[in-house]
Structures are given as C-alpha cells and as structure tokens.
Design a protein around this ligand. Sequence first.
Ligand SMILES: Nc1ncnc2c1ncn2[C@@H]1O[C@H](COP(=O)(O)OP(=O)(O)OP(=O)(O)O)[C@@H](O)[C@H]1O
Ligand SMILES: [Mg+2]
Length: 220
Amino acid sequence: MSEYRLQLEEIRKTFRDGSETHTVLDGVSLGVQKGEFAAIVGPSGSGKSTLLTIAGMLLSPDSGTVSIAGENVTQATKKEWTKIRREHLGFIFQNHQLLPYLKAREQLTMFQLKEYRDKVNIDEMLSELDIEACRNQYPSEMSGGQKQRVAIARAFVNDPDLILADEPTASLDGEHGRQVVEMIRMEVKKYGKAAVMVTHDERVLDLVDCVYRLEKGKLI
Ligand SMILES: Nc1ncnc2c1ncn2[C@@H]1O[C@H](COP(=O)(O)OP(=O)(O)OP(=O)(O)O)[C@@H](O)[C@H]1O
Ligand SMILES: [Mg+2]
C-alpha cells in the first residue's frame, strides 16, 4: 500500500518581472512515498528551489495542491502551516546555516522541541553521523563536511517524516558530498522517512530511488 509523504498536484507558479510575467512552474506534479528518496535536477533557474520551497510550505503556489502526510495543506492558515512544518518537515539548505555562537550539540538541543526529547536522542545521532568529536566545537572550528552533518542532524531532531534538501552537497568536495547524501539515504531507509533533494551533483544520483528533471516548467 502506498503512503504518500508529499504530493504535489498541478503546481503553477509565476513571478512578475517588471511588466513581464515569468512562469517558473507550469503544472508540476510529484508524489514521494514513505521510504522513498527522490532527487530533482535541472538547469540553473529552472525552478528547483521554488518547487522545494512550495513543498515545504514556505511559499504558496498560484494554483495546484500540496499534500503533506496525506493532508491537503494548500489552504492552511499561517498558524496551521507552522504546526505542520514543525510536526512533519526537516529542511537542509545549501549553506548549512548553523548559528556561529552555538556549539554543535547546542545547535541541535536549541532546535529540538520538548515533545521530541525522549524520542530523538541527540547524542546517538551525533555518533551515527560521526560528529561526536564536534559536540563542543563551534562551527568555525569544524570542517565543511562536519558542519553540513550537524545541519543534517538538526533537520532530524524533531523526527520529521519528510526531509527537503536544497543542494546539500554544494559546499562540499566529492567525498564529503557523498557522505552527506548517504546519511540522508540512511535516515530514509532505516526510519521510513521520505526525502526530496535538489542537486547539481550527478555523482550522488546512484544513491536516490528516482531522479526527476525540471525543465521549462515541467517535471520529467
Ligand atoms: N521571489 C522571486 N521573485 C521573482 N522571481 C523569482 C523569485 N524566486 C525565484 N524567481 C525566479 O524564478 C526562477 C527559478 O528560480 P529558482 O531559484 O527556483 O531556480 P533553481 O532551479 O533553484 O536555480 P539554481 O539551480 O540556480 O539554484 C528564476 O528565474 C528566478 O529568477
Ligand atoms: Mg536553487
């Protein structure tokens, strides 16, 4: 039985550029199931980040529907969005966006909601991602790969069902980039989560279950 964590149906998004309108997403549909790791590739400016931002409810589509964990959230109010985001979503951005004045472990404890403290063990996660040694280090003392792994761990502290990652390997070399994608895959497979990753990095595509290409506003 299929269990969709994310369903996008006929998403359209247009941006105004002076007097011109520019259709970035022209009827995009996508379904990602529990245990599935999907990648979105495509040229720069094709709308990949826009699509991920809509999937993560940080931006509204002009038309089309967004369902998260089987619930149509397109018409949700701001307050409902916040709740759904907290309960279901984990974001990983291109730039790790760690806070410079917090040590690695604090980056995670700071973001973890009270109700997940018993459920998600931060020390276990640090060890699983092989960044235990960084627990008391500030971002400035960590390597790029370590920072990105802390950012991944942070995306997981509230046990999300759906992980949205926008070019998580962009600031990393090949080996560390691959490690990061392997971590996401492990989380998806081991804990039955779902993930969508936007990437330019062809070398990690063997780690995902399916690859979609966004071109001229369409997903193929
Ligand atoms: N807030 C906005 N206002 C106006 N135009 C926007 C806005 N956000 C994105 N765009 C335009 O939409 C198009 C798609 O942008 P988007 O960032 O989604 O592309 P992308 O595929 O992620 O590109 P890249 O691979 O370079 O990250 C671009 O032409 C961009 O200029
Ligand atoms: Mg982008």
